[in-house]
Design a protein around this ligand. Sequence first.
Ligand code: ADP
Ligand code: MG
Length: 580
Amino acid sequence: MSAGLEQAATATANDAVEMTDGFHLVIDALKLNDIDTIFGLIGIPITDLARLAQSEGMRFISFRHEQHAGNAAAIAGYMTQKPGICLTVSAPGFLNGLTALANATTNCFPMILISGSSEREIVDLQQGDYEEMDQVNAAKPFAKASYRINKAEDIGIGIARAIRSAVSGRPGGVYLDLPAKLLSQTLTAEQGKKSLVRVVDPVPRQIPAPDSVQRALDLLKGAKRPLILLGKGAAYAQADADIRAFVEKTGIPYLPMSMAKGLLPDTHAQSASACRSFVLAEADVVMIIGARLNWLLSHGKGKTWGGPKQFIQVDISPTEADSNVAIAAPVIGDIGSCMSAMLAGIASGFAKPGAEWTGAIAERREKNMAKMAATLEKNPSPMNYHSALRAIRDVLKTRPDINLVNEGANALDFTRSIVDQYQPRKRFDSGTWGIMGIGMGYSVGAAVVSGLPVVAIEGDSAFGFSGMELETVCRYQLPITTIIFNNNGIYKGSDPNLNPKLKNDVAVSAFVKGARYDKMIEAFGGVGYHVTTPAELSKALTEAIAAGKPALINAVIDESAGTESGRLTNLNPKKGATKS
Ligand code: ADP
Ligand code: MG
């Protein structure tokens, strides 16, 4: 046969055989694993991949910056125990998404960052390709795992591997690299179908060893002043009923970490939130469930923790125990399995802690709550964090199903302590890093996943990191109300310019005074409110939530309200110089 005839014969054969390609296989593999939403930002080489996802029935939420798409994916992962997917273009888009991937890994949120990448041969020889970058290696230190798929027949297994890596064990961020060429590679449809993998049992139960459970219960039973500490791992585990039953049956006072608020309602009689310092310092046995003894808990030592104490730590990661202080009773397993084993262990009874301990807590709690109530009652003019948050708290009390996103310095600290949560996984905040910039990304993710309203309480500085996503919020008509605590600056807006030669400059912490953030959302068709009193704030928030449409409330507060770095002033290094 001549070469020409041979070609024609192949073409005829190909015409008869149904073909598929990398684009279709990626979408088919995601759908096969019940992934129905992608957060991302299109461009070379993934534009058609996004289009295909949409035409194949997936939801594609387009953002203005990849970091926020990544944050949306991460919070979706936290809420659902399924990996949130973020899709980006190569090098710069990938790097923008990488911050979110690193944040997801740090917070133990399951997420997969999928990025297109440039020509392998050129990238590897560093010959200067369009958006050239070795993305797989760049992602490694920030991810739980980092993979590249080079052959279309590996797409099924590659995506299965990424899913399993993200959600099994301690969840985290996974990077998946899709070279442009991979997407146009073809296979017969039959080969393609066979290559797909539906992941069986992606989050396998991990049953704790019975002796570890017994050791923990023995320690707890011997305690005089026991305390339970709930972290966002406990909220993530979705073992809400068993955790509540354990807390209530043992009668042990508990403290929720910020994102564990609402796992039990903050108004619960056993909550020791109102006397946190007292219980941390005084407890003799502390049972930690899905929290790490990191900086947020003073690493389990020092003045915060007062006298000697013993720890029980329930966690899925076997290397978490002893990371900061000795753990007397590690219980390693998934929190659902651990808590049901613990519950079984106390089925025959548990002597609740004595009145000496619970009474001392109750007394302090009442005292501190009364003090806080008095502070909240005040109506200073201009309004401050407290009076504004009183108004917000009272509105949100009527809608316990609402998602709350929260970031800032003082805006974060005060909201966390003043606004109560009543349901699990409804509070999403700066988390393990204390990161700024999660606001609009988390809000979009939470609204899309839950179909319920979101209220984002933002410092004016924190909001700036993701403010452009207001357009995304308006484009998808999401029921998100953003409240900006506007005090004209970072920490506060009242600091002076320190350079006498540059008289027109302003302080390093200052923003434009009297900025009208409410006008920003109006530019995209949303509703803006400008409020200066708690009554106006209350009215605007009530109205915005009821409307279920994009809204922004510019809440003007005293520009000198708040403290530098919120409650983290101690983390600022001290100046050593005596002369400057
Ligand atoms: P917080 O910031 O609320 O203190 P952290 O993020 O520091 O919480 O800690 C969460 C912990 O929960 C991590 O150590 C993680 O390994 C653990 N974890 C996450 N999911 C599970 C799970 N399903 N079962 C057990 N432990 C989990
Ligand atoms: Mg501010």
